[in-house]
Design a protein. Structure first.
Length: 95
């Protein structure tokens, strides 16, 4: 049914074609959208999605919880200590 669907994107901005989303929101094919991630990030202030009343764009704050940030801090500290002692790091980025 037209206008009865919602789009939520909080994973990766690239999974949503933002031009198509704008068109679908503008024509009522999609009722509303909530985006925590976009491509690019942040969106330019003149981006068409920002002109719509049925689209909410957040500044990529989905992970901004005490629990998640605590886990991120613990992981960072563990990786730092492991790296300094020559041990394998749990989340090592190999380049």
């Amino acid at each position: 049914r037209k206008g009865s669907h919602y789009v939520l994107c909080f994973y990766r901005g690239a999974v949503v074609n933002q031009e198509d989303l704008f068109e679908a929101l503008s024509t009522g094919q999609i009722a509303a959208a909530g985006l925590d991630v976009t491509t690019p990030e942040p969106l330019p202030t003149d981006h068409p999605l920002l002109t719509l009343n049925n689209c909410v764009v957040l500044p990529h704050i989905g992970s901004a919880t005490y629990s998640t940030r605590g886990i991120m801090a613990q992981l960072s500290a563990n990786n730092l200590l492991a790296g300094l002692s020559g041990d394998a790091m749990a989340s090592e980025l190999k380049m």
